[in-house]
Design a protein around this ligand. Sequence first.
Ligand code: CO
Length: 133
Amino acid sequence: MKIEHIGIAVKDLESAVKTYESLLGTVCYKREIVESEKVDTAFFQTGESKVELLGATSPDSVIAKYVEKKGQGMHHVAFEVDDIHKELDRLRAEGFTILNENPKRGADNKLVAFVHPKDNCGVLVELCQQIRE
Ligand code: CO
């Protein structure tokens, strides 16, 4: 599985975008709000992978809670899969805890599902599949 992106939770998305534009030497190519998650996202291409910055759009957003509890930093690692339903079935059979029953629509035209960090040595894992339509 290819690492599609790394998700980083930030306190102030505007200033984080500037920081990562300087760090990576590239401009943010996409901004997208995911209303269902109350998250504002900013994407950067870096080599074959991406960096996704995640800012809260509301104090009750999961990202707001995360930043409050743990501070800014690495939030998840996303692996790209061809068939997310098949991969979720495989992981369930292996005993992994999938956080959302069905894949949901995430940012960047992807179907996404998350695997509980307790099953992955403390790392929240996202599976993502390009939406083909
Ligand atoms: Co992500």
